[in-house]
Design a protein around this ligand. Structure first.
Ligand code: NAD
Ligand code: TYD
Length: 339
């Protein structure tokens, strides 16, 4: 099997590449990635030593190059991770999100239509369902929950999901979609909540918690997301959507306090800052369908996964120190100074 993994130099895509190389040594993996600020070739250094792995730099919205790649490689499966993925950046500048997340997905779908494919898998997010109220812990997102987006990021991901479904119905593209909750683990870009808080705490810098810190996210260890996608592309039913999540709901404040406790740092580092615009209150996935139909269960509990993640950031300082000493400094100043 030959698999094109788009966005494989980012957080989840790279973890997925390592998962596939380990668990399906017979398969060939081609990573197509534009190497935006979030893409990092150093993350793939170990994969580059595997003869079944190849890296190609390119933009999923660049039709000519995408077609050339499909024509040359004739992939069996495409797993689309490539995206602009940060909600705060989408609030600052929506347009790039539309280009990559919507146009990019449509170009990949057209390539599948033109050259043929056994499976196209769209890596989507629970954010397409909008949010749940904090005072209704009985409510969860299921695959039939209406799409109801809040941010330019989630709107662009929902648009891509609708395109995938339209191509599946109209052109019979054998497509599947997964909608996962918040991931955490190694190679997570420092702009996101968990790595940002680990790195700030290590520098005894303030930890900027938006609003009152009461928003709830449903955290899943990245390897569990990878195992779910692996099952869907091999055993999932064409045309279906699968929600992925492990019932690990935490308020942001709980997550931040857990990190401080693991690092032995004071809670005085916490600083409440101006809330995110349109901030989604609660995400919570009902994973019954993927558990029942594909036998998927998450393997890592939050309390273990967060310790492993903190340990990884401690042991891999060079990986993130390089990132935070570059362009990221300007991003951080723009988003957090005087917030
Ligand atoms: P990320 O920002 O860490 O990585 C994105 C990758 O895509 C980077 O390597 C970047 O260089 C690449 N990329 C961006 N634009 C591109 C383009 N036009 N062409 C080719 N490559 C491009 O993102 P992530 O957190 O790994 O998320 C991956 C996917 O999973 C996204 O589609 C996201 O919507 C989805 N998702 C993420 C989470 C989460 O918690 N991070 C949860 C659910 C779903
Ligand atoms: P994030 O990691 O950006 O993921 P998402 O917005 O996709 O859920 O944020 C997770 C939560 O943490 C979200 O409720 C916003 C909050 N947050 C902060 O409180 N402070 C921060 O500096 C960041 C980046 C996020």
């Amino acid at each position: 099997m030959k698999i094109i993994v788009t966005g494989g130099a980012g957080f989840i895509g790279s973890n997925f590449i390592y998962y596939e190389l380990k668990n399906h040594a017979e398969d060939k993996i081609i990573c197509l990635d534009k190497l935006t600020y979030a893409g990092n070739l150093e993350t793939l250094a170990e994969a580059q030593t595997n003869e079944n792995f190849k890296f190609v730099r390119g933009d999923i919205a660049d039709r000519e190059n995408v077609y050339k790649l499909f024509e040359a490689e004739k992939p069996d499966i495409v797993v689309n991770f490539a995206a602009e993925s940060h909600v705060d950046r989408s609030i600052e500048d929506p347009e790039l999100f539309l280009r990559t997340n919507i146009i990019g997905t449509s170009v990949l779908l057209d390539a599948c239509r033109k050259f043929g494919i056994k499976r196209f898998h769209q890596v989507s997010t629970d954010e397409v369902y909008g949010d749940l109220p904090l005072d209704r812990p009985d409510l969860f997102f299921t695959e039939t929950t209406n799409l109801h987006t809040s941010s330019p990021y989630s709107a662009s991901k929902a648009a891509a999901d609708l395109l995938v479904q339209a191509y599946q119905r109209t052109y019979k593209i054998p497509a599947t979609i997964s909608r996962c909750s918040n991931n955490y683990g190694r190679f997570h870009f420092p702009e996101k909540l968990i790595p940002l808080m680990i790195i700030n705490a290590l520098h005894d810098k303030k930890l900027p918690v938006y609003g009152k810190g009461i928003n709830v996210r449903d955290w899943l260890y990245v390897d569990d997301h990878c195992s779910a996608i692996d099952l869907i592309i091999r055993k999932g039913t064409v045309g279906e959507v699968y929600n992925i999540g492990g019932h690990n709901e935490r308020t942001n404040l709980e997550v931040v306090k857990t990190i401080l406790k693991i690092l032995g740092k004071s809670e005085d580092l916490i600083e409440f800052v101006t809330d995110r615009k349109g901030h989604d209150q609660r995400y919570a996935i009902d994973p019954t369908k993927i558990s029942r139909e594909l036998g998927w269960t998450p393997q890592t509990k939050f309390d273990d996964g967060i310790k492993q993640t903190v340990a990884w950031y401690l042991e891999n300082r060079a990986w993130w120190e390089k990132i935070i000493s570059g362009e990221y400094k300007n991003y951080y100043a723009k988003m957090y100074d005087n917030r």
